[in-house]
Design a binder for this molecule. Structure first.
Ligand code: CP3
Length: 340
């Protein structure tokens, strides 16, 4: 059923919960790795024919109920004039990090149709490839999460430069978050024009902040984006390690709250009520277990989510070492085809 995801996001009755996986197009798929042998990650994102092919792979191979456009949350910063590099095995790098209000002035406001037009083209091509079967999800990072990489200059687990700036000069950092929010709103609205039917915002690093600081620092720019989006397109907000922020997330203008495995879906439901759809939340490491364990853990997630509208997903991105048959078992159990 093509509209399963959209209906579940809106809290409408569905015959079964839809399922997709964060990072479902990626290195665990041999078909993805074959394409990546010929091209860098950034060039793949910027070649709409290939990016759309990769977007469609998990629909063809796993039978998921949604496609998510193949791109990255950091592309928006490159469009704003920051140099972005992906070095193999190293993750993203910004050789000139932004760490002061003066640095923020170096960033420009791009024309998203021109500077991120390749993502919009990917969405149009992906709609043509899978649009009769499943909806295409567009996405962006939250301003806080996108800024985290630009300020730090690289991936981190503690983001000390970001947090130091947040204490020393919160209004300078807020300027950066507002700039990113402006561009992100343009970008997501353009994704909807190009054919995205639901939008996910990744607040992967929101959990670095306590609830009061998240509300004061990270929330306003995120809320501005959510409020400005075109009506009628379901909004999903994802947070990693955000159990302490759940009530605050529940007050955002979103249809879906996506949680990781540290909070059970039963507890999340108790705290958020039935007005929000929940998305998640299998631990991606559970997909590395023997296949019977994968099936059992997926059944547990289904049972935990059954108290209200639910989109079955992982609690974070699928890991590159995941066996494809385990990802298929997760999807099959979620779709009530447990022994496929
Ligand atoms: O979900 C999908 O299949 C769509 C594509 C997608 C990618 N990145 C492709 C990607 C999405 C939705 C993202 C989001 C993203 N990117 C996030 C938020 C979600 C999360 O994981 O917390 C973040 C923080 C990033 C930034 C980023 N991109 C990092 C830190 C890395 C390096 C770590 C890693 O996983 O390799 C990337 C690279 C990246 N983005 C890859 C893919 C498929 C791997 C690139 C490769 O092929 O080598």
């Amino acid at each position: 059923m093509r509209d399963l995801l959209l209906r579940a996001c809106r809290g409408e009755p569905v015959p079964r919960p839809p399922v997709w996986l964060m990072r479902q197009a990626g290195r665990y798929l041999p078909e993805y790795r074959r394409i990546r042998e010929r091209t860098t990650f950034l060039d793949l994102c910027k070649t709409p024919e290939l990016a759309a092919e990769v977007t469609a792979q998990p629909v063809d191979i796993l039978g998921v109920d949604a496609a998510i456009v193949f791109a990255d949350i950091l592309l928006v910063l490159e469009a704003m004039g920051a140099e972005l590099r992906f070095e193999s095995g190293d993750g993203p790098r910004f050789p000139s990090p932004v760490r002061s209000a003066a640095d923020v002035e170096r960033l420009r406001r791009p024309d998203v149709e021109t500077d991120l037009g390749y993502v919009l083209s990917t969405i149009r091509l992906a709609r043509r490839a899978v649009g009769s079967r499943v909806p295409v999800i567009g996405f962006a990072g939250s301003p806080w999460t996108v800024a985290a990489y630009l300020v730090e200059g690289a991936a981190s687990s503690a983001f000390p430069h970001l947090l130091a700036w947040s204490y020393a000069d919160p209004s300078g950092l807020r300027k950066l978050l507002d700039r990113i929010a402006e561009v992100t709103l343009d970008y997501l609205a353009a994704q909807v024009d190009a054919g995205a039917e639901a939008l996910q915002i990744f607040d992967t690093w929101g959990g670095l902040l306590g609830a009061e600081r998240w509300d004061a620092l990270a929330r306003p720019s995120l809320e501005r984006i959510l409020e400005g989006l075109p009506r009628g397109v379901p909004r999903i907000v994802y947070q990693r390690d955000g159990a302490h922020l759940l009530e605050s997330l529940g007050r955002l203008p979103v249809e879906v709250v996506s949680v990781d495995w540290r909070v059970s879906l039963r507890d999340a439901r108790r705290r958020l009520g039935r007005a929000k759809t929940l998305q998640g939340n299998l631990d991606p490491c559970a997909l590395l277990a023997p296949i019977e364990t994968v099936r059992r853990e997926t059944e547990r997630v289904l049972a935990d989510g059954a108290g209200g509208p639910h989109v079955v997903n992982l609690g974070h991105g699928i890991l590159p070492q995941t066996p494809v048959e385990n990802a298929r078992a997760f999807v099959a159990v979620a779709q009530g085809r447990g022994r496929d």
